[in-house]
Design a protein around this ligand. Structure first.
Ligand SMILES: [Zn+2]
Length: 333
């Protein structure tokens, strides 16, 4: 199934071609051969849409529309204990009320678990993964070094073989000891050594659920996504995802990580920190706040414009170069 995935192609040339005022005729032929832009917004239904997720939705939407591309919606609902009933519907309704127009039907990760298992099988055949019997508490007791996510850095206990009598609880991806790098369209060059900064990471968990890193890679490939625009809270996951793409023979999209909104304590505004839900009755004015957060110029009187006019002006004026190249920006609650 994974092999049948339509190649997304590297759309970086297509993206950059939009900012070049003049192109020689011979290179236009190359540009037309490049896969059309396909972006997405992929919220987790752990609560209603809040300002931080509105910023990510808007950045991905404007970038897709400015490139004449497709914008897909995906509900990332595989982390079942964190799902809030009704939240997915609330997010979709809020986006619709604010004038977002997505292409095609909404994709739900919870319906794709068989495909994630197929990807795991492929990684097992390639010996990219190993079964692990360690509980988080055991790992915690064994190591003091932390990964970039703040979790204890896996010490490699089961990497070569399971300890005698141990029962596998999860499947982990081997983290190579070499530096990976990619160029983010907003944050610039990012480098990371998976072995030193992340450690062997879990793909399928003890409870049988697929971890975010694998699901997102399979979904982006299945949906032909070739341009990812999302919050910078996910930037440290990107090298893991690129390593998974390469191991599965899947194309790597371009990446743009937008700054995330934080509160006065420096905490990301999220459903977990009880950020206030977006009040879609505020209409254009809340959209103008998000557009300003993304560093875009705001035409006079835009906050009073009807939604359709807001979107046509925002699409016409969008420039990802104006998005601040910072991972977090404080906003007053
Ligand atoms: Zn282990």
């Amino acid at each position: 199934m994974i092999e049948a995935i339509r190649p997304a192609g590297d759309n970086r040339d297509a993206i950059e071609s939009r900012v070049l005022p003049v192109r020689p005729i011979e290179s236009l032929r190359v540009v037309t051969a490049v896969a059309p832009y396909r972006g997405r917004f992929a919220p987790s239904p752990t609560g209603p849409l809040h300002f931080g997720s509105l910023v990510a939705a808007m950045g991905s939407y404007l970038d897709a529309r400015t490139h004449g591309g497709t914008w897909l919606l995906r509900i990332e609902d595989i982390d079942r204990p964190r799902i809030v009933p009704g939240a997915a519907q609330h997010i979709l309704q809020t986006l619709e009320n604010l004038g977002f127009e997505w292409d095609g039907s909404v994709h739900y990760q919870s319906e794709r678990i068989d495909l994630y298992r197929e990807a795991l099988t492929k990684l097992q055949h390639g010996r990219y993964v190993f079964p692990c019997a360690c509980s988080r508490r055991e790992i915690e007791a064994r190591v003091s070094k932390r990964s970039i996510d703040g979790a204890p850095l896996y010490p490699g206990t089961c990497r070569n073989c399971l300890p005698d009598g141990a029962v596998a609880r999860s499947w982990r991806m081997k983290a190579p000891d070499r530096e990976f790098s990619f160029v983010d369209r907003v944050q610039g060059e990012i480098r990371q050594n998976l072995a030193h900064e992340v450690g062997d990471f879990v793909l399928f968990r003890a409870d049988g659920e697929c971890a975010y890193q694998l699901a997102v890679v399979v979904d982006d490939a299945l949906q032909g996504v070739n341009a990812v625009v999302r919050g910078a809270d996910l930037i440290d996951s990107t090298v893991r995802q690129i390593h998974l793409q390469k191991s599965l023979g899947l194309p790597t999209p371009s990446y743009a990580h937008l700054p995330v909104a934080t509160d006065s304590a420096g905490q990301k505004l999220s459903k977990q920190t009880r950020a206030r839900p977006i009040d879609s009755s505020r209409g254009t004015s809340i959209l103008v706040d998000a557009l300003r957060f993304l560093g875009q110029s705001i035409p006079e009187g835009l906050h009073r414009a009807p939604l359709s006019e807001f979107w046509s002006q925002a699409i016409a004026g969008w420039s990802i170069c104006r998005v601040p190249g910072e991972r977090a920006i404080f906003i007053a609650a």
